[in-house]
Design a protein around this ligand. Structure first.
Ligand SMILES: [Fe+2]
Ligand SMILES: [Fe+2]
Length: 251
């Protein structure tokens, strides 16, 4: 297993006390290379936020059955677009979750596990749960007459928010233990998001959907408990100190 070791990291200012003194003096003597302030930057952001459009839209239902439902038959007078948007968001995240565990499995195969860490079977089981969740949301959308292949605004937002998680899991210099941090963030979001989606489904009178989603919520609680356990084991192992088995690159 790749270990965290002391190495030739020169990113900190303390590496060279002489140069750092000169650098501080220079920074204090010379004004910023471009004019403006934080307030100016905020003003530009506000201008962009007001002037830009929205991040996509929810497509209208594709089927006649869906249109009847969207018109309010089963949606109890609420805006169908909101439920479809949040379903699309969940769909996107569960798909990413599957890919996240696939990437972690590759690291497991490259390095092997560690004491108190995940087994291959556990990682596979969670990956399979995430695929099932994806399929579950897919079916729920189809029952509403919505198109699960459409990228909804919520899917865009969560895709962007979680893009760093996949980068962590796929980066080969980040070891298995470090990659588990991405699982923690994903599973925390998974837990909260399912709970909110269940509340939304109930508010829309979709009791069957809510009941099905509660099963996924149960899975997510187990996922989170496992990831927390693995991370704690990893920390305890690292604190005890293990000899490095892989050469480390300088930062
Ligand atoms: Fe999930
Ligand atoms: Fe999960």
């Amino acid at each position: 297993m790749k270990q965290i070791t002391m190495g030739t990291n020169t990113t900190g200012i303390a590496t060279s006390p002489l140069d750092s003194k000169k650098l501080v003096e220079f920074a204090q003597a010379v004004p910023p290379s471009s004019p403006g302030s934080e307030a100016d930057a905020a003003a530009v952001r506000i201008e962009y936020a007001r002037g830009s459009g929205t991040i996509g839209s929810v497509p209208p239902p594709a089927s006649l059955k869906g249109m009847a439902k969207a018109a309010g038959e089963l949606i109890q007078g609420k805006r169908p677009a909101l439920l479809v948007d949040k379903l699309g968001e969940r769909l996107a995240f569960e798909r990413s979750g599957t890919r996240l565990y696939e990437a972690i499995l590759a690291k497991f195969d490259a390095e092997g596990g560690f004491e108190g860490g995940p087994t291959r079977a556990e990682l596979e089981a969670i990956r399979d749960d995430e695929i099932r969740h994806f399929a579950m949301v897919c079916r729920a959308m189809e029952r509403l007459g919505a198109d699960p292949t459409a990228q909804t605004p919520g899917a865009d937002v969560i895709g962007l928010a979680s893009s760093g998680l996949l980068s962590v899991a796929a980066e080969p210099r980040i070891n298995l233990g470090q990659s588990l941090e991405s699982l923690l963030v994903a599973e925390l979001a998974d837990n909260d998001s399912w709970r909110m989606l269940i509340d939304l489904a109930v508010a829309y009178g979709q009791d069957e959907m809510a009941a099905e989603f509660r099963i996924a919520e149960q899975h997510e609680m187990i996922h989170l408990a496992l990831v927390r356990k693995w991370l704690s084991s990893k920390l305890a192992l690292d604190a005890r100190g293990q000899p490095s088995t892989t050469p480390q690159r300088a930062a």
